[in-house]
Ligand binder design. Sequence first.
Ligand code: NAD
Length: 492
Amino acid sequence: FAANQERAAPLLKKLTADGIGNIIDGRIVPSSSGEVFETTSPIDGTVLAQVARGTKEDIDKAAKAAQRAFKDWRDMAPATRKKLLHRVADAIGDNADDIAVLECIDTGQAHRFMAKAAIRGAENFRFYADKCLEARDGLNMPADEHWNVSTRVPIGPVGVITPWNTPFMLSTWKIAPALAAGCTVVLKPAEWSPVTADLLAKLAKQAGLPDGVLNTVHGFGEESGKALTEHPAIKAIAFVGESATGSAIMAQGAPTLKRVHFELGGKNPVIVFDDADLDRALDAVVFMIYSLNGERCTSSSRLLVQASIADTFIEKLTARVQALKVGHPLDPRTEVGPLIHERHHAKVCSYFDIARQDGATIAVGGKPYDGPGGGHYVQPTLVTGAHKDMRVAQEEVFGPFLTVIPFGNEAEAIEIANAVQYGLTGYVWTNDVGRALRVADALEAGMIWLNSENVRHLPTPFGGMKASGIGRDGGDYSFDFYMETKHVSLAR
Ligand code: NAD
C-alpha cells in the first residue's frame, strides 16, 4: 500500500501542476475556447487536474491533423510501422507501474486488477505491431476470363470514443489495430477518466509515432464527442460505451455515412448446472461480477443457478460476498474500490431500492459503504429471490451487484438467459459436453465461455449481439472495420 502511495505522490503533483491538454498534431494545446473542466478522484473527491474542454473547433483541428498525417502513415513500410508500434508497447511496459496507480486513483479500480491492465495494453500494441505485416493481405480468386485478387486498404482517419471503465487498456484495444491497419486516429476519452488516456498519446510520441497520427481531444460527449462523430474527414467511429449512446452516435454519423463499430452494454448470464464443478464455478461467479467493481461490460451480473443446488450454492456465495474486502484502490488487499463518480454511485444505489420494491431479497449488502477517503463506495451486493422480469434482472447496473435467478431445466435456463435486450457474453458451467455445446449454440450472445471465466485471446472475435454491439474486434476482425476491401480484376 505504502509503495503504491509513494509511487503515486509525485505523479499526482505533476499532473495537478501541468493539467491535461489536448494533443493535436504532436503538440499539447489548450482548448480553443480556453475552457477547462476538473477531473476528481472517486476515492476522496480531490481535484486531480484541470482538463482541456475540447470544442467542435478542436475536433476540426485534430481531424485535419489526422487527415494530413494519413497519407504518410498509410504508405509507410509495414516493417517500419511494426517497429514503431513495438516501441509504443515498450514505452507502455516501461511505465506500467505508473499507469496502474494513476488508473486506480482516476477510476477507483483496485490495484490488484489494474497492475495487469497496463501490461495488457502493451500486449495489445505488440500483437497488432506484428500484424502490420499482414494488414493488406487479401485473396486470390482466379476465374476463366480473369485473374481476381482482393487487397485491403486503410479506411482513413478514424475516431475512437472510449468509456471510463479500464480506460487505458480499452483505448489500446481500439487504437493499436487502427494504427496497424494504417489509419490515423482522433481519440475522445471519457470525461470522468481522462488521466491515462492522455498518457497514451504522450508515450506514443516519445516512442516516435509521427505527429498527427494519434491525436487526443478531451471533453464532453455531447460536445467534442458529437463533433467527432459528425466530422466529414473522419471515416469511421469505434465506440465503446452505453447502448443509448451508440444509438445517438449512429444518428449523428448518418449524414456523413460513418462506418460504426459499437461495443455496448451487457446483462450477461452465468448459468450453473447441478453437474458442474461447483467450487470452480463459485470462484468464477464471484470474480466475474465483483472484480473491477463490477464496472465491466463482460461481467456476469445474472447468476442462473439450477434449483436442485440453489440453496447450497447461494449459501456459499453469500459467505464469499460477505468476505469481500472493500477499500482504498491502492491497497493491494482491496478487492472492491469506490465507484467512478457520484452520479454513477447514485445510479447503483438506486437499484438497492428497486430490488426491494420489486420484491427481491437483498441477501448481502444493499447500502453505500463508508470507505477510506469517504468516496463513492458501495457494499458488494447479492440479490436473491429474483425472477427474469424484474428490473434488477433486466437492466445493466454496472456495479458490484449480482442478481440470482433459479431455474429448473436446460430449456428454462436458455429462456431466462435470452430474455434481455443485451447479448454480449454468456458463461456456462456443466460437466455434460453435449449440454455445454447445445446451450452455447442457443445463447444469444457474441461470446460464450464454457467452464471458465472471461479470458481474452487476442486473435479471437470480441463483440456483442442485440443491444450489446455491432461488429467484432480482435485479430483480423479489427482490420475488417479499419480497412476497405478492394477488388482488382485483370483480363487473362
Ligand atoms: P457512455 O456511453 O456514457 O460514454 C462513453 C463515451 O461516449 C464517453 O467518452 C462519452 O463522453 C461519449 N459520449 C457520450 N455521448 C456522446 C455523443 N452523443 N456523441 C459522441 N460521444 C458521446 O458510457 P460510459 O458510462 O462511459 O461507460 C459505461 C458503458 O460502457 C456501459 O454500458 C458498459 O457496458 C459499456 N462498455 C462496453 C464494453 C464492451 O466491450 N461491450 C466495454 C466497456 C464498457
